[in-house]
Design a protein around this ligand. Structure first.
Ligand code: UDP
Length: 324
């Protein structure tokens, strides 16, 4: 199948593009390179440099007879979304509507959508399942929920088929080492730990050590990008064989605390990794872990690379090579 991947030069998109080729698909990438890394563009893909706001470029993508769309092109920094909601509304909502409307104009009816745990907001119970209320606490999560709702309406009204995949904490780099370009300006824990290990950052700030968790630091459910990639392919296959649409979690159910991550990173990298405990970050829940039972049952999907050692080892390959 020929698949359009928006944001195919980005962190998750570039991994999914490799998986698409591994499974025999053809790929058209649309990426404006605002956050995507040109190093990560798979040379086998047909590449269009442009954004989802650029209607002529979008049209160009669809004239290549794509049959399905994987949509990753979005901004994802929750903190920034609270300061610049217009930027997030424009890109994540308005841009996605452009994409959906162009899809329908070309009779392309299948979308695998990059959604997020942020649609749930503060967990009311753990592990979070798909029945958990959706009450985003940041504007980023709201933009993704808006699109999930639009997908549902377009499914009812226009026969759109979709899978909204709610990722928990995406991390890791390709276990086969095929992705060499690092994410720009990462704000997440694991890349920051790697930057400290690589000597690019003096210390890691730990946002709170007084949470009601075993060691007082925040606990999260980290999921390897290669595992996310296989889930996208499984979702595409599911949509081709079944009539229902999907809104499902992608997680492991296993949580790791900030201190557990740091300890494991010290062991794997052999570096000291200085830490400093500072105040809590606004809006951070103590613990966020989820069940992916539905992804297991419907897609036959299970995380295979999401143990802490594999996550960190796959990242250290990239950060160790590139540190000076
Ligand atoms: N965290 C931290 N220091 C950092 C970045 C993150 O202590 O510099 C903590 C954060 O408070 C949370 C966990 O690490 O408990 C994961 O944060 P991240 O930003 O990676 O993902 P989030 O769960 O916020 O989406």
């Amino acid at each position: 199948m020929k698949v359009l991947v928006t944001g195919g030069a980005g962190y998750i998109g570039s991994h999914v593009v490799r998986e698409l080729f591994d499974q025999g698909h053809e790929v058209v990438i649309l990426d404006d390179l605002s956050l995507g890394n040109p190093e990560n563009i798979d040379p086998r893909a047909s590449f269009i440099e442009g954004s989802i706001h650029d209607l002529p470029r979008l049209e160009e993508a669809f004239t290549q007879r794509v049959e399905a769309v994987f949509h990753f092109a979005a901004f994802k920094a929750a903190g920034e979304s609270m300061l610049a909601p217009q930027k997030y509304a424009r890109n994540n909502i308005a841009g996605t509507i452009n994409l959906l409307n162009t899809m329908l104009a070309h009779d392309v009816k299948t979308m695998v959508f990059s959604s997020t745990a942020a649609v749930y907001g503060n967990p009311r119970y753990l592990p979070v399942d798909e029945k958990h209320p959706t009450e985003p606490t940041n504007f980023y999560g709201y933009t993704k929920l808006e699109i999930e709702n639009t997908l549902e309406w377009y499914a009812q009204l226009k026969g759109l088929r979709y899978a909204a995949l709610r990722y928990f904490n995406a991390a890791g780099y390709d276990v086969q080492g095929r992705i060499s370009g690092r994410e720009y300006n990462p704000a997440n824990l694991l890349p920051l730990v790697m930057e400290v290990a690589a000597g690019e950052r003096a210390e890691l700030q730990i946002f709170g050590a007084d949470y009601p968790t075993a060691d007082g630091t925040g606990v999260r459910d980290y999921i390897h990008v290669n595992d996310l990639a296989t889930a996208h392919l499984a979702a595409l296959e599911y949509l081709s064989k079944n009539k229902d649409n999907l809104k499902i979690n992608l997680a492991t159910g296993q949580g790791y605390s900030v201190l557990e991550v740091v300890e494991a990173a010290r062991r794997i990298t052999g570096k000291e990794i200085l830490v400093k405990i500072v105040g809590r970050r606004t809006g951070d829940p103590a613990e966020l872990v989820a069940t992916s039972r539905i992804a297991g049952e419907l897609l036959g999907w299970q995380a295979q690379h999401s143990d802490l050692d594999t996550l960190l080892t796959s990242m250290w390959q990239i950060y160790n090579q590139q540190s000076s």
